[in-house]
Write a protein that binds this ligand. Structure first.
Ligand code: 3HC
Length: 692
């Protein structure tokens, strides 16, 4: 098999692309396709050409790994597309699996497209911070109209073959064997002349209002991002200019987007997410357990949210509480959540009932005896957790996974009370647990490979991004966020207003700054942690300005007031009482407030994450810098287009990060300092470690 096979089917030449796993447009593919087209053109007995993907999919796009190659060495997708557009005989793209990005652009340059009904067709480039760069911005609107074209290119979401047929993007749906259907179609259209070419069509519905509305909408959906506005500009060109003008402009804007830090950030996350699923020491052969039933202890906000994940994918859940009232309340919240989704049209009432029927409430922990996995989700208290795990050890069937949803506590200590520490693992869900995509999977000292592999597979099944972390206080995400919170409080102490500190992170693209976030989570949580840590360390009772706020009963959004006041719509408003409290606190401590620029605030906060991240990396609590980035994108609202805090540091230059940390009085972590001295990046550190 070569990268593009030429298979003769009488009068039709089939070009079959073999570039597993997803037939990306890698080096060799354009050469193979062009050779096939040349052969078809030179041979009078070939009447038409079919292009098909071998294996599980059509072409899933340009090869993202080649984006860093010099232009001349990168696979020539645009040249292939041009050749197809000018080709004198009919060409048919036969689509199954996914035709994405450059894959769909290739298909759009063919004369015809046939597809299986469940094929997926889309232009997801925006998700990588780029834009369709091989004619997609010019051809897709010419087929599906301006509005639909914009919707597809700005959301990046694919449509199914059946919808594509309705839109005219696909000419025929093939129900049986795709190759057979495609060859039949090609033969039936072999004599069509003149050949219909999308590049010769005009765009329907391309009024100025459509583009104005799109420009308005991306202010909300893609705030601060470059490629969406370039996509709109190009789609407008498709509607108003000759094809060739738009085609040339597209090439230039594609390079502009591709070379932006935003695209580098999004591409980094694309690969980091896939890399995070790979655990050294585990392989495809590591045995996994079949999870057919789940037990959950605690029907509070976390327990209920966790339960919904399993109900959503059809796995029955038994949920345990200590009192009937708490159980009823928990079930009520789950039901209401589902009913709200039904009201919004995201599911039917039948779906609601189906999910609720999978849920068994009980007051008796013994009812968990048959569960394949039991997840404890009670409040953060080591003694309580140990008591529960002692009981579980006696109740759970042999081989069942015993998981704790602790966000900070020592999973080794919890495991130690059982006679089967190899079955114990941390599964740290993020609130709201039915919404947030992140799952920190905490591998304790004795957790078995099989329990770890099963947990990773389970994360995927419930559509979470699972990242393996080691045991330490706060694991990866919360350990870093504690340092960030400390720095945020310090910046206010030195002179900034809380709203300015929040604004400095909003400017980086985080929807919430540190104080907006802690008001939402509840200020009493951080307060309790600080008090607890001081006690453990034998330090005096913490008495910072934020502690004083909490001691006034202002616990955040849930009490209607925290660092900010809140109106009915939960809109935060700075208030005089807090300003006074902070001012008098500074006066009491003899601090003369100084002006702190937004740049200083952003750097101090972002770099406090990076610095702690570097320590975490060196200690092996996270396996890769990329894992930390994935955790921050999916669990903490760090903007994906920045690629996560570690990638952001790489972009800023680690030498600059070190210099700034020192300038602002933080001590750079040894690993960070070492990489900076060697002129390296975290990405290089990951790559070298991966090769080792
Ligand atoms: N380039 C390079 N590698 C790719 C790739 C691509 N376009 N798409 C997927 N891969 C790799 C993944 O990194 C992964 O590698 P690994 O096994 O070493 O980790 C492997 O293929 C399998 O991918 P997934 O694990 O994601 O497999 P799934 O079956 O879950 O998903 C998919 C398949 C839906 C195709 C998904 O991989 C995907 O969405 N890929 C990206 C598609 C895309 O964005 N295409 C547009 C590219 S940009 C472009 O075309 C520019 C053009 O307009 C000029």
């Amino acid at each position: 098999m070569s990268i593009v096979d030429q298979i003769r089917q009488d009068d039709i030449l089939v070009l079959s692309i073999n570039n597993p796993p997803v037939n990306a447009f890698s080096p060799g593919v354009p050469e193979g396709l062009k050779a096939g087209l040349d052969a078809a053109q030179a041979d009078d007995t070939v009447r038409a050409v079919v292009i098909i993907g071998s294996g599980r999919t059509f072409v899933a796009g340009a090869d993202i790994k080649t984006f860093n190659m010099p232009r001349e060495q990168a696979p020539d997708l645009r040249g292939t597309v041009e050749k197809l557009d000018r080709f004198p005989k009919p060409t048919v793209a036969a689509i199954h699996g996914t035709a994405l990005g450059g894959g769909l652009e290739l298909a759009l340059a063919c004369t015809y497209r046939v597809a299986v009904p469940d094929a997926q067709l889309g232009l997801p480039e925006v998700k990588l911070g780029v834009l369709p760069g091989a004619g997609g911005t010019q051809r897709l609107p010419r087929v599906v109209g301006a509005a639909k074209g914009l919707e597809m290119m700005l959301s990046g979401n694919p449509i199914r073959g059946a919808e594509a047929r309705e839109l005219g993007l696909v000419d025929e749906l093939v129900q049986g064997d795709l190759l057979e259907g495609a060859v039949r179609f090609a033969r039936a259209h072999a004599d069509a002349r003149p050949l219909p070419r999308i590049s010769e069509r005009s765009v329907e519905g391309g009024s100025p209002e459509v583009f104005a509305a799109a420009r308005e909408s991306i202010k909300k959906t893609h705030r601060g991002q470059l490629s969406p506005s370039l996509i709109i500009d190009l789609a407008e060109m498709a509607a108003t200019q000759p094809f060739q003008t738009g085609w040339e402009a597209e090439a230039e804007k594609f390079m502009q987007a591709k070379d932006s830090p935003q695209s580098r950030g999004l591409r980094h996350i694309f690969f980091a997410e896939r890399e995070s699923a790979k655990i050294p020491g585990l392989s495809k052969d590591t045995p996994t357990l079949d999870i057919r039933s789940v037990g959950i202890i605690g029907a509070g906000t976390m327990g209920g949210g966790i339960a919904m994940n399993f109900l959503n994918v059809g796995i029955p859940v038994t949920i345990v509480e200590t009192a009937q009232e708490a159980l009823d309340r928990g079930l009520g919240v789950i039901r209401r959540n589902y009913e709200n989704s039904a009201k919004k049209g995201r599911m039917t009432m039948e779906d609601v009932e189906k999910r609720m029927a999978l849920l068994t409430p009980t007051l008796n922990m013994e009812d968990l005896a048959d569960a394949d996995i039991i997840i404890e989700a009670v409040f953060e208290n080591m003694d309580v957790k140990k008591e529960i795990f002692t009981k579980l050890d006696a109740i759970a069937k042999p081989g069942a996974i015993l998981a704790t949803n602790t966000s900070t506590l020592d999973v080794n200590e919890i495991a130690s009370v059982t006679g089967r520490p190899e079955s114990v693992i941390g599964l740290h869900f993020f609130s709201p647990a039915n919404v947030m995509k992140l799952l920190e999977i905490v591998r304790a000292d004795k957790t078995s490979d099989s329990v770890l592999a099963t947990s990773m597979a389970l994360a995927k099944k419930i559509r979470k991004v699972g990242v393996v972390v080691g045991v330490c206080d706060g694991f990866v995400g919360n350990r870093m966020i504690h340092r960030y919170g400390d720095e945020a409080r310090k910046i206010v102490e030195e002179g900034a207003a809380p709203q300015d500190v929040d604004a400095s992170m909003n400017a980086l693209g985080l929807p919430m700054g540190p104080f907006q976030m802690s008001d939402m989570a509840g200020l009493d949580i951080g307060y309790a942690i600080r008090q607890h840590q001081a006690k453990v360390r034998g330090e005096p009772k913490p008495d910072g300005w934020l502690d004083r706020i909490v001691e006034r009963g202002r616990k955040g959004q849930k009490t209607g007031a925290g660092i900010y006041d809140y109106d009915e719509q939960r809109k935060p408003r700075p208030n005089d009482e807090m300003e006074e409290l902070i001012s008098s606190y500074r006066a009491e401590k003899g601090i003369t407030p100084r002006e702190i620029s937004q740049e200083e605030s952003t750097k101090r906060l972002a770099y406090s994450l990076v610095n702690e991240g570097a320590k975490i990396l060196e200690e092996g609590i996270a396996q890769r810098a990329g894992d930390i980035d994935v955790i921050y994108i999916y669990g903490y609202g760090f903007p994906a287009y920045r690629g996560g805090p570690m990638q952001y540091a790489d972009e800023m230059g680690l030498q600059n990060v070190v210099a700034d940390l020192e300038k602002y009085g933080q001590t750079p972590a040894p690993l960070l300092r070492r990489l900076a001295e060697e002129g390296k990046t975290f990405a290089q550190y990951d790559a070298e470690k991966g090769r080792a």
